[in-house]
Write a protein that binds this ligand. Structure first.
Ligand code: ADP
Ligand code: MG
Length: 245
């Protein structure tokens, strides 16, 4: 199967599907993501959001279909080989390492020389506004600060695409709103391509350049937030948004 890609398309999904035994966790799904986009997968629990993100990350392999990253077929690559940034709940901070060492971790694995690592860690600490906590360990930080470290660690290697699965799910409302603004600012400043999972409509409306609405293992609508809101293409999308207002 060949996908037609161009330089602006960072990621292309062509008929990607996932079955677990008889259960379709993801029906065949095709879309492409432009460089610098903030694409949010939005839908209720069990709709297939995490499955889709894990297929992109390489934690799961598709039952059919293909995935291209910068025109390269990545279906056969391990998560590490894909070199994507990830903020997953199951992929937590190293508790015994300082903030600086957590951020530095991926740079070491990629064998960056120490002077470049130091400079990059300083840059990332400034981006996530944690310069003053560089030597703290995760347990000494608030939930919001820990999430900022996770975002910083994911950003450190300057990934083509940053994947985030409900990164604010465990935070209280005040922290959520604060982190939401931080993520929006980072996207604006760095122009990194984000693929972001949430079940929170407000969060999706606030952050996204486009939203893929998921229900029953399918992407049922894909478009710009205001277009989806004003002209919902189906009843599910209309109802889903009306719940939020
Ligand atoms: P969401 O992230 O939107 O809550 P998921 O992608 O986690 O949804 O799940 C989609 C569907 O796939 C659900 O019905 C879920 O139970 C099923 N599923 C997910 N992972 C597995 C797995 N490892 N084995 C079997 N079924 C799974
Ligand atoms: Mg999920």
């Amino acid at each position: 199967m060949a996908a037609i890609t161009n330089d602006d398309q960072v990621l292309v999904l062509d008929g990607v599907a996932k079955q677990y035994g008889g259960l379709a966790a993801l029906a065949p799904t095709s879309f492409s993501v432009q460089r610098g986009e903030f694409l949010t997968l939005l839908g209720p629990s069990g709709s297939g959001k995490s499955t889709l993100l894990k297929l992109i990350a390489g934690f799961e392999s598709p039952s059919s279909g293909g995935i291209w990253l910068r025109s390269r077929d990545i279906s056969g690559l391990s998560p590490a080989q894909r070199q994507l940034g990830m903020v997953f709940q199951s992929y937590s901070l190293f508790p015994h390492l300082t903030v600086a060492k957590n951020i530095e971790y991926g740079l070491k694995r990629r064998k960056w020389p120490s002077h470049r690592r130091r400079a990059r860690v300083a840059e990332i600490l400034a981006i996530v506004k944690l310069e003053h906590r560089a030597q703290a360990v995760p347990a000494e930080l608030s939930g919001g600060q820990q999430q900022r470290v996770a975002v910083g660690r994911a950003l450190a290697c300057d990934p083509d695409v940053l994947l985030m699965d409900e990164p604010l799910g465990a935070l209280d409302r005040t922290l959520r709103l604060e982190m939401e603004s931080e993520i929006k600012r980072i996207h604006g400043e760095l122009g990194t391509t984000f693929i972001y999972v949430t079940h929170d409509q407000q969060e999706a409306m606030h952050l996204s350049t486009r939203i893929a609405i998921m229900n029953n293992s399918q992407v049922v609508a894909l478009g710009r937030p205001d277009d989806l809101f004003r002209n919902p293409p189906n009843a599910f999308t209309a109802e889903f948004f009306s719940d939020a207002t």
